[in-house]
Design a protein around this ligand. Structure first.
Ligand code: T5A
Ligand code: NA
Length: 204
């Protein structure tokens, strides 16, 4: 049986990741695939509740502790994610370890230290980086409510994402229309679905 593809959407806040992730799941489903959405942080778990409390500014934690909780929130999902992929279900994942490293390093933690807790996780087969100027994303709905939604921090996060960028990332202009971006993502996702069908799951 062919395995599912792990498709990741990354980017700074308000670049349209959740909008596109949901649209991609719906489109793949319409095309006859089995596809599900998975969002990190997954705020529904015990660890996720702690992360939510921190992001909503109800609870303070030091930078190292919250970093490890974000990573633990990925580790607690790893078997479920792998099982979905093995059963042929595609995963459209809204943020993952690159966000984990970029946000914590932007706060001043050592970059190499930040990478360590995520070493060995399941790896994405396709990564989209939705990119746009911070000034423009700040104009979008809802910006400014959560802990990290500040211009200076987001600017550092963007620089760090560009530093973490891997050669196979698809950098997407997030200022294009929702439909234009959706078409690009769909095309690339379909190509990846074909190429990974008979490939082993990737960890790293
Ligand atoms: N974090 C996360 C860490 O520090 N470490 C970690 O390990 C992880 C996983 C919450 C915070 O946690 C940090 C990063 C974050 O600061 P979250 O729950 O993913 O992470 O954050 P959310 O608030 O859910 O999402 P974002 O702020 O990142 O927004 P999205 O999903 O990028 O954007 P979306 O789709 O909600 O769109 C935002 C607005 O823009 C409009 C939408 O309609 C919406 O109003 N929009 C567009 N407008 C014009 N043109 C387009 N192309 C548009 N696309 C969307
Ligand atoms: Na989102």
């Amino acid at each position: 049986m062919s395995r599912g593809a792990f498709i990741l959407l990354e980017g700074c806040d308000r670049t349209g990741k959740s909008t596109q992730a949901q649209m991609l799941v719906d489109r793949l489903t319409q095309l006859g695939h089995r596809a599900i959405l998975w969002k990190f942080p997954d705020r529904t778990t015990g660890i996720g509740h702690m992360i939510n409390g921190y992001l909503a500014k109800h609870q303070d934690l030091n930078d190292q502790a919250i970093h490890l909780l974000f990573s633990a929130n990925r580790w607690e999902a790893v078997e479920q994610l792998a099982n979905h992929l093995r059963s042929g279900t595609h995963l459209v994942v809204d943020r993952y370890a690159y966000s984990g490293v970029a946000f914590s390093a932007a706060k001043g933690l050592d970059l190499e230290w930040c990478k360590q807790p995520d070493v060995g996780l399941l790896k994405p087969d396709l990564t989209f980086f939705l990119d746009m100027p911070i000034q423009a994303s700040m104009q979008r709905g809802g910006f400014g409510e959560e802990r990290y939604e500040k211009e200076e921090l987001q600017t550092r996060v963007r620089d760090l994402f560009l530093k973490l960028r891997e050669p196979d990332w698809k950098v997407v202009d997030a200022t294009e229309t929702i439909d234009q971006i959706h078409e690009k993502l769909t095309k690339a996702a379909q190509e990846t679905i074909q190429t990974v069908a008979s490939r082993e799951l990737q960890y790293g």
